[in-house]
Design a binder for this molecule. Structure first.
Ligand code: NAD
Length: 480
């Protein structure tokens, strides 16, 4: 007898609320239901916002030790269930089991990290230029925070928003992406079981234009932390400004360059490009989707990377032999294949992958183009799949110019053995994250994360920088 399909309900004010049920399917086995989840709709979302509003002042006044203890218990509970949650995550998103384990671990560690951040100084004292005046800056919570997340990190992104929000005394309404409700549903259960007071954390499932829209327009939401695509981000910004001038934080897409110079170690360069372009099926905002290669190493590099891409084993994420999982959804697969056609029509040359067997379902071969140019759509638009392209350049100056020839600016990498070239790239690359001899993807939880240009708006996420979004500085002058 097969085991029953897990069911995830909305969490509103500490109670589980049902709604129209939807099935969540496994991208590796499209006929297989991973879980069922209940759609929230406007009414349930408004109730979640009201619950968060009611709970917020009380939560902010709880002693720091209590908030720390809750976050620590949540982190510990996540870490105790790494194997089980990783299987769920791999089944609903298509990430390899090893990557999923890494993501779950990261989520648990993030809650623990913010528990301990609460012992850091909570403000600053300044000398006053007036006599008998005490001047200080305190931090108060932002209030009720709407958290809107994408599908590609179903647990880590909710964690790196929810953990600092709760730590600094805010209450939360989380709206996860429709494709990955189960991970968020499990996180909600963990938060409730860890003893979060009712209303402190709420979860609503459903479409962005219905459930997300309530968060953007509600007068009872003080700020929205959003990660997703650029067009959705622009809409979030417009709505937040129009509805109460809410604070908003946007982390969006990328078209991240990886520069390979003639002096690079070829194996390091191929390793960085292979990981950055294709691992996680290219479904990372920090993926390297433009590989900018100096002429002297170009042909050897392209041949070696194409061979390495062709050798990748694409298969079920639960099979330890797989090196690349499926594309997350039929829509995303269609988009990837569109860009393969666009690249070919624009005159770029396929050197790996490039065809799709309909019998392969959502499993797509990694595709690499050579002879791309910076003015091609292939090299300008975010694809968000296992599709990358190589652009040939003559020298470091041209490499930097091509790397910066983008509206985005999330991550940028260089592979070189020249200290001078590395330092120049760190100085001149227009991106929020710069890597040297490492893939453009792969960040650490205690360092700030975020981009420039079209990739970002608002304060950085993660590390100590997260406090800037989730708190409001209050400047206090006291005469005595
Ligand atoms: P998306 O923009 O389609 O959706 C993101 C979230 O916004 C989802 O929860 C969605 O339901 C919600 N949404 C959609 N319309 C809305 C509306 N009108 N109001 C409120 N919410 C709405 O993005 P996606 O397809 O889930 O994720 C892929 C994108 O996310 C890529 O562009 C990728 O680069 C980006 N991303 C960025 C980062 C980063 O930190 N910079 C990290 C991961 C993913």
């Amino acid at each position: 007898m097969s085991s029953p399909v897990p069911r995830h309900l909305n969490l509103v004010g500490g109670g589980w609320v049902d709604g129209d049920r939807r099935a969540n399917t496994n991208p590796a086995r499209p006929g297989e239901t991973v879980s069922e989840y209940a759609q929230a709709g406007p009414e349930t979302t408004r109730a979640a916002i009201a619950a968060a509003r009611a709970a917020q002042p009380g939560w902010a006044r709880r002693p720091v030790a209590e908030r720390m203890a809750l976050l620590d218990r949540i982190g510990t509970a996540v870490l105790a269930r790494v194997d089980e949650l990783a299987v769920l995550l791999a089944r609903e998103e298509g990430k390899l089991l090893a990557e999923a384990r890494g993501e779950v671990t990261r989520a648990g560690q993030t809650f623990r990290y913010y528990a301990h951040q609460l012992l850091q100084p909570a403000g600053e004292v300044y000398a006053s230029i007036r006599e008998n005046v005490h001047a200080e800056v305190r931090r108060r919570p932002l209030g009720v925070v709407g958290v809107v997340t994408p599908w590609n990190y179903p647990l880590a992104i909710p964690a790196w928003k929810v953990a600092p929000a709760l730590a600094y005394g805010n209450t939360v309404v989380l709206k996860p992406a429709e494709l990955v409700p189960a991970s968020a549903g499990e996180l909600a259960r963990i938060i409730v079981d860890a003893g979060a007071p009712p209303g402190v954390f709420n979860l609503v499932f459903g479409a962005g234009r219905v459930v997300g829209e309530e968060l953007l327009t509600s007068p009872d939401v003080d700020g929205v932390s959003f990660t997703g695509g650029v067009d959705t981000g622009a809409h979030v910004a417009r709505q937040c400004l129009a509805h109460g001038n809410k604070r908003f934080q946007l982390e969006m897409g990328g078209k991240n360059p990886l520069v390979v110079l003639d002096d690079a170690d070829l194996a390091v360069a191929v390793g960085c490009a292979l990981d950055g372009s294709f691992f996680s099926t290219g479904q990372r905002c920090t993926a390297s989707s433009r590989i900018i290669v100096q002429a002297g190493i170009h042909d050897r590099f392209v041949a070696a990377l194409a061979a390495a891409a062709d050798a990748l084993r694409v298969g079920d994420p639960l099979d330890p032999a797989s090196q690349l999982g499926p594309v997350v959804s039929p829509d995303q697969l269609a988009r990837n294949l569109d860009y393969v056609r666009i690249g070919a029509d624009e005159g770029a040359r396929v050197v790996a992958g490039g065809t799709h067997d309909p019998d392969a379902g959502q499993f797509m071969r990694p595709t690499l183009f050579a002879d791309a140019r910076s003015d091609m759509r292939l090299a300008r638009e975010e694809i968000f799949g296992p599709v990358s392209c190589v652009l040939r350049v003559e020298d470091l100056d041209e490499a930097v110019a091509v790397a910066n020839d983008t509206a985005y600016g999330l991550s940028a990498g260089i592979v070189t053995t020249s200290l001078a070239a590395a330092e120049r790239f760190k100085r001149d690359a227009r991106a929020g994250i710069v890597t040297v001899n490492l893939p453009t993807a792969g960040t650490e939880l205690h360092l700030p994360f975020g981009g420039t240009g079209a990739s970002n708006h608002g304060p950085r996420e993660q590390g100590t920088y997260a406090r800037d979004f989730y708190t409001v500085p209050v400047t206090c002058y006291t005469g005595w």
